[in-house]
Write a protein that binds this ligand. Structure first.
Ligand SMILES: Cc1ncc(C[n+]2csc(CCOP(=O)(O)OP(=O)(O)O)c2C)c(N)n1
Ligand SMILES: [Mg+2]
Length: 1076
């Protein structure tokens, strides 16, 4: 879009006071009024198979200035605005007169007939003999009639270009229409123009906006013009492109579809095509034979998908692409892996055998798995890397993940124009038009920090979605209409015409390489079987399927065609088929010998070198030397080096000054802590990327990673990009207003390189749930399903601050319930306790209460020898809370992340006197601390913060419980009881308690040894009423319970009333300290 905006901006100054469209519309109206008295000529349909044309509308009755040609006039007018010489002299004078104020009908002047023609022009007078020979007399001046007729021909040409796709023969079944519309647009009916059969042989000059003429043809008979336009736009290819607002791009496309003979394929190309489609069909036939009732979501009916993809890859490889990242749904996926990626067939077949996996993980069904292959492209003789990204059943959810991964690869390769790495997205017709994430993917496609410089989309359009007819699954004419939002050209093609498919795929690859914009190939096809191999399609689509059952396959049809035209012999056809069958059989035999499957064989993002030689239980340091903190702090607090010219906002100056003062006082607030984490990683060569809505400034105006020159547009300064001369690149980018799309994008980005810190921040934490699919299907379960790791960080602003139901809670309970930690298992107590827990969990969930801990937590993402997704509930009020500051002392070399922060105040010095231990997490700590002080309870209440909720710090909590033997134990949270961390921590407290000395002792026989131990460990005399419990007794039988303090249950996360909020907050504190 930014390219488009620039173009429009460039044009606007040329037209003071009025937008070009509006003026052009006025011009059209004026002309129509003036000429409306003219009678239309007899109707003559140029499409013999069309339904009876509707009666001409007023606009259609007008020879050339109808709805379609108004666009043409606009185009002329816009061209004239830029360069009056670029249009015909008659238009020049017309626009001059109109601009000078000539009224409707007065602006037109006959063109100068004696002008010397240009090199490729023919004088209008040269056409007069044909005109006069037709014998038509209209009573109009002769030159005006000729002009009218030529304009009508131009309008016809333009109508084909604009609307020809609507009547193209796209459906191989011949029963449906790709655009769900059986009518023929008036502008495609000759009856809308004033021509008759006898005009068909009149010769017309071809305008510059068409390429239907051969190099030496500047004029053609009308009949030939129509026939060539039909061939270009209405046979097996329907091209949608005239909405693109670039003349250059429109001409580029016109040339590639209109030029006579442009689609012809040589014999070698035809043979290759036949071989490819034969293998695609052979693969499905083989699977069907060997595993008759296994689901594989076969490609039958759209086998051309395979040659289509191969053509795109060949052409792209020829044009310099070295790496292609693909995302695709279930349909034909195994075929793509086998025949496009050339994944070893035995690995694919082994998936059908139901073998056990050799590696960790729960795995996934075969038609969701990814792959990564490097191989020689045999057509171009160049190496190519192909990755298919693993995905869940959730259709289209993988789209932005592919984009993020592609973007990251381009970034690391310095491929800023996307010449070496590209993405291909495959879609089903129903999913492409139905799933909103498709739109979100398109809106990212041209954003500076998210573009992948053009994606080729291929729709396997089998004209059905499971059992639903397109008429009930979409409101748009085509299933591809969503692509129009980004001006992507859309090539619809009848997938039973292999050569037409080849042509559009080549053009799509060239388009991407030329303009670096998205393009869509719509393979209009059918689904030979049911939705899957065990489904009966006749239940729901009886007529469609009676037709399909009579259809010959594309392979049969194409081989017959090539045999008939003499390109191949029947023996050659059989030979190709038999050879492939033999290959499959050999692979089948090999697969039979396999005893295990390996999920690693299906990894889409291998991090070669990352894991090798690393101790998986050894953590790197997260503290840094003070000098680094100081340096980053100062740079982060400074105006740009050219401060004299760069006007900084006064408010920002104040913020920077306050930052500098903190640095000088060796303290950090939240923003400074974060900046130091990012900055120190950048110093260590780790690329950092922070993406999300308004992240540059920060939703709460606390971050300011981009300073804006106050008097010069687009002049910005990013302090974290200017810390060290040899630092790694820092990217901070405001995203489109999307969660599903952008979170997916960042996840994909994080998959490319483990040595990068990739963070996505939600505007408010609760918005994450519009991206729930990415969290459930990828973040929480990705490693388990696909042995793929990601160190993505989610920053979710969270906290009950009276802002209402939707801005208070990032729903910690949702994430915690998705964590794979066993609440009842206290992990083995070894030195590696903490890192082993991290290694074994599926994701990390934390709620830090200090900037220093946030600093360590971010840095730990890179210090870990493996990668885990990290969810951080980030504060709002703590961003500026005077107590929520940390000293450099907590960030320097010897320090580390604290999974829990035990009480360190006076209560900790005399634990025996402590009567209550409050466990909590996040910002409620500061409220509890203040209330404790106000109530004079510093001696009797200990407050312990759990900073890392998952993995749960069982050991540290157990130690805290042991430390305060006389205290009652409370969990205090500000979220409602059915929300927050309560249901997660409750069983874990019990498990920790079972490991406490109290529990161990209380469950021992009451011996003298035991009494001594008890007294020694607890400092209290041994109880006399101890029950020796059964091993399965609950904690409460022999330890202290941890009880809940907080808001009651609720359907909504927070009240909408400020007053009610304050009342609840006060009650919470009262309950927390009750009984003391
Ligand atoms: C988000 C989502 N919703 C529903 C489904 C269930 N489902 C699986 S395939 C399918 C039909 C898909 O139709 P289409 O996109 O045209 O692909 P085709 O199966 O026809 O190739 C549906 C509804 C799904 N997989 N994902
Ligand atoms: Mg479909």
């Amino acid at each position: 879009m930014y390219r488009t905006r620039n173009l429009v901006a460039g044009l606007l100054p040329l037209l003071p006071g009025a937008a070009p469209e509006r003026l052009a519309v006025w011009l059209v109206k004026g002309y129509v009024q003036n000429s409306s008295a003219r009678a239309p000529l007899a109707a003559l349909s140029i499409r013999k198979y069309s339904a009876a044309p509707p009666p001409p509308t007023q606009a259609a009755a007008e020879p050339f200035l109808n709805g379609s040609s108004s666009v043409y006039v606009e185009e002329m007018y816009n061209s004239w605005l830029q360069d009056p010489k670029s249009v015909h002299a008659s238009w020049d004078s017309f626009f001059r007169n109109a601009s000078a104020g000539a009224g409707p009908g007065q602006a037109y002047q006959a063109p100068p007939s004696l002008a010397v023609p240009g090199k490729y022009e023919i004088p209008v007078t040269a056409l007069v003999p044909q005109f006069t020979s037709s014998g038509v007399s209209t009573g109009l001046p002769i030159d005006e009639k000729i002009i009218d007729d030529h304009l009508a021909v131009q309008a016809i040409i333009r109508s084909y270009q604009t609307r020809g796709h609507h009547i193209a023969d796209l459906d191989p079944l011949g029963i449906n229409l790709a655009d769900l519309d059986s009518t023929v647009a008036p502008e495609l009916q000759l009856s809308s123009y004033h021509f008759e059969e006898k005009d068909m042989d009149r010769v017309f000059k071809l305008p510059a906006t068409t390429y239907i003429g051969k190099p030496d043809e500047r004029a053609l008979p009308l009949r030939e013009i129509l026939s060539r336009l039909e061939a270009a736009y209405c046979r097996h290819i329907g091209v949608e492109f005239m909405f693109i607002n670039s003349l250059e791009q429109c001409n580029w496309i016109r040339k590639r579809f209109e030029t006579p003979g442009v689609m012809s394929l040589d014999a070698e190309g035809k043979r290759l095509l036949l071989a490819r489609v034969t293998r695609a069909a052979g693969f499905e036939a083989f699977l069907a034979r060997k595993w008759t009732s296994e689901k594989r979501f076969g490609l039958e009916g759209c086998e051309m998908l395979i040659p289509a993809m191969k053509t795109i890859i060949d052409k792209s490889s020829e044009l310099g692409v070295e790496s292609i990242i693909m995302g695709m749904p279930h349909r034909g996926r195994l075929n793509v892996l086998a025949n496009v990626c050339r994944k070893p067939l035995e690995q694919i077949f082994a998936q059908f055998a139901g073998l056990e996996a050799a590696d960790d993980g729960s795995g996934d069904v075969k038609y969701h798995l990814g792959t990564y292959i490097e191989r020689l492209n045999r057509v171009t003789n160049k190496n190519i890397r192909l990755a298919v990204v693993a995905n869940p059943s959730h259709l289209e959810a993988v789209d932005t993940i592919v984009q993020g991964k592609t973007r990251a690869e381009q970034f690391y390769k310095g491929d800023s124009e996307g010449k070496k790495t590209m993405s291909i997205l495959l879609h089903g017709d129903a999913a492409f038009s139905g799933q909103g994430i498709v739109y979100e993917t398109f809106t990212l496609s041209d954003l500076p920090d998210y573009t992948t410089r053009g994606t080729i989309h291929v729709v396997a359009n089998n004209q059905i979605g499971f059992t639903t007819d397109p008429r009930h699954s979409r409101s748009s004419p085509y299933c591809t209409d969503v692509a129009r939002v980004v001006n992507a050209p859309i090539f619809h093609v009848n997938a039973d015409d292999p050569e037409a498919v080849m042509h559009v795929c080549k053009v799509a690859a060239e388009w991407r390489a030329t303009f670096h914009k998205d393009v869509v190939v719509d393979l209009v096809s059918y689904r030979r079987g049911g939705h899957n191999e065990i489904d009966e399609p006749m239940f729901t689509q009886p007529l469609m399927y009676s037709k399909i059952r009579k259809m010959k396959s594309v392979t049969e049809k194409y081989s017959a065609k090539l045999i008939e035209e003499g390109t191949v012999t029947k023996e050659e056809v059989d030979d190709v088929r038999n050879k492939y069958e033999k290959i499959c059989e050999e692979a089948y035999v090999k697969a039979q010998k396999e005893t295990q499957i390996r999920y690693k064989d299906w990894l889409d993002s291998p991090w070669s070198g990352f894991f090798e030689g690393k101790n998986q239980l050894k953590m790197g340091n997260t503290g840094v030397i003070e000098e680094t903190l100081k340096h980053i702090g100062k740079r982060f607090s400074s105006t740009p080096p050219n401060a004299a010219e760069f006007v900084v906002h006064k408010g920002i100056e104040r913020i920077l000054r306050a930052r500098m003062e903190m640095v000088e006082a060796r303290t950090v607030d939240w923003a400074l802590g974060e900046a130091m984490a990012f900055g120190s990683l950048l110093k260590e060569g780790i690329h950092v990327r922070l993406s999300g809505q308004d992240v540059e400034r920060g939703t709460f105006s606390h971050r300011h990673h981009v300073l804006h020159h106050q008097t010069s547009d687009k002049s910005t300064y990013k302090p974290l990009c200017n810390l060290y001369p040899d630092q790694a690149p820092y990217t901070v980018c405001n995203s489109s207003l999307s969660e599903f799309g952008v979170l997916g994008f960042e996840l994909g980005y994080s998959m490319t390189n483990p040595n990068a810190l990739v963070c996505w921040e939600a505007q408010f934490g609760d918005f994450f749930n519009t991206a729930q699919c990415i969290i459930d299907q990828f973040i929480a379960s990705g490693q388990s399903k696909w042995v793929r790791q990601s160190g993505l960080v989610l920053l979710l602003p969270h906290g009950m601050e009276g802002m209402g139901p939707e801005h208070s809670s990032a729903r910690p309970e949702r994430f915690l319930h998705a964590c794979s930690e066993d609440p009842e298992t206290f992990p083995p107590e070894t030195e590696e306790f903490a890192i082993r827990q991290l290694h074994d969990t599926n994701m990390i969930v934390a709620n830090c209460s200090t900037p220093a801990n946030y600093f360590h937590l971010l840095r730990r993402q890179i210090a870990m020898p493996f990668r885990k997704p990290l969810i951080i509930f980030t504060p709002k009020s703590l961003l500026r809370h005077p107590d929520a500051k940390s000293s450099f002392d907590d960030m320097v070399e010897t320090t580390e992340f604290k999974r829990a922060i035990p009480e360190t105040g006076v209560a900790a010095n005399d634990p025996g006197s402590v009567r209550k231990v409050i466990f909590c997490s996040g910002k409620v700590y500061y409220e509890l601390k203040k209330a404790r002080e106000e109530r004079g309870l510093d001696n009797t209440v200990a407050i312990t913060r759990i900073e890392q909720i998952c993995p749960f710090p069982f050991d540290l909590i157990r130690d805290e419980i042991n430390k305060y033997p006389n205290a009652e134990l409370k969990w205090v949270q500000e979220e409602h009881k059915n929300m927050g961390a309560w249901s997660f921590v409750q069983p874990r407290f019990e498990t920790a308690m079972q490991k406490s000395s109290e529990r161990r002792l209380s469950c021992q026989p009451n011996t003298s040894w035991w009494r001594r131990q008890w007294a020694q460990l607890t400092g209290r005399p041994s109880p006399t009423d101890v029950v020796v419990t059964h091993p399965s007794a609950s904690v409460s039988d022999c330890g202290r319970p941890v009880s809940y303090v907080g808001r009651g249950v609720s359907a909504s996360p927070a009240t909408g009333s400020k007053r009610q909020h304050l009342k609840e907050a006060a009650q919470l504190l009262a309950d927390a300290f009750a009984g003391l």
